[in-house]
Design a binder for this molecule. Structure first.
Ligand SMILES: *[C@@H]1O[C@H](CO)[C@@H](O)[C@H](O)[C@H]1NC(C)=O
Ligand SMILES: *[C@@H]1O[C@H](CO)[C@@H](O)[C@H](O)[C@H]1NC(C)=O
Ligand SMILES: *[C@@H]1O[C@H](CO)[C@@H](O)[C@H](O)[C@H]1NC(C)=O
Length: 268
């Protein structure tokens, strides 16, 4: 552990035991993964800081005008640009910039336990699905996923190559769902509204990936189905034994229903 991370560790232990995987607090990206292909994750959106300098969170489009993300992504930087349909986030010819109408997060979100780390962004304009622009809605998981089932995470967060510099190209990694105790043993609080993901084999999400959905592929229509939302993890992402804790989307379908936000239920 280098001095920089040690300082951050001490700083954060005094505030919270969880290390949220977004950029404003600390550098957030995929470790141990590969570069995604343009159009591979057509639901995936990136959140850019208001000055355009940095990407710091992800999210997923669930219908024509709503994006699902993590509460802490909204709480810390309420007004940002959002884009979709990009692979290289700096490439201006790819994808669309979306205008936010409003955003809010779960009223019982607790930044200390990171319980209810879920939020929504409403868009000004309706965004139709469009294969030519690499835009497609994700479905939402309705059933419990078995242990060892693989899910796919993606993000522009930090990689194992750098502790400070995030990549321009979207990265992706496949990770297994594991027993909650494996995250708990790591000092990460967990109950059944969260999912523990990762084998601790240096594949992980990281700072900058927060809010992005972890997905599986529908067998029926090839759409992506969102299982979880990247929330927090071990201090040094991608380190041996580091895992992540994700918001379990299935636990929040009633919440979406109560807000009259529509979504597509998992097709299979
Ligand atoms: C931007 O993306 C387009 C579409 O994928 C590609 O043709 C072009 O080469 C990219 N430009 C740069 C500078 O990478
Ligand atoms: C999970 O833990 C939080 C914090 O203790 C609690 O508020 C919530 O009710 C728990 N969820 C369930 C489903 O038990
Ligand atoms: C959702 O729709 C129902 C029925 O139209 C309405 O009674 C309720 O107030 C709405 N809730 C919200 C949060 O808009």
């Amino acid at each position: 552990m280098n001095a920089f991370l040690l300082t951050l560790a001490l700083l954060f232990i005094t505030q919270t035991l969880a290390y949220q995987r977004n950029v404003p607090t600390m550098p957030d990206n995929i470790a141990g993964g590969r570069t995604a292909r343009l159009g591979e994750f057509p639901h995936y959106v990136g959140f850019v800081k208001p000055d355009g300098s940095k990407l710091y969170c992800g999210g997923g489009l669930i219908n024509k005008n709503w994006i699902l993300t993590a509460a802490h992504c909204i709480k810390e930087t309420p007004n940002q640009q959002v884009f979709i349909g990009k692979n290289n986030w700096k490439n201006k010819t790819q994808g669309l910039i979306l205008k936010m109408k409003r955003s809010f997060y779960h009223k019982n979100y607790d930044p200390i336990t990171v319980i209810n780390d879920i939020g929504l962004v409403e868009l000004y304009e309706d965004i139709p699905e469009d294969p030519a622009k690499n835009i497609r809605y994700m479905e939402l998981e309705t059933t419990e996923r078995p242990l060892r089932a693989l899910v796919t995470a993606c993000g522009w967060g930090l990689t194992e190559k750098s502790e400070t510099e995030a990549p321009d190209d979207l990265r992706t990694v496949d990770l297994p769902i594991v027993e909650g105790e494996k995250c708990f043993a790591h000092g990460l609080f967990l109950n059944e509204t969260m999912i523990c993901i990762g084998d601790g084999d240096r594949k992980d999400t990281c700072y900058g990936d927060s809010g992005g959905p972890v997905v599986r592929r529908s067998k029926v229509n090839q759409r992506w189905i969102a299982v979880g939302i990247t929330s927090y993890g071990g201090l040094i992402c991608g380190a041996e034994g580091s895992r992540g804790t994700y918001t379990k989307i299935k636990s929040y379908l009633d919440w979406l229903d109560s807000l009259n936000v529509t979504y597509i239920k998992a097709s299979s």
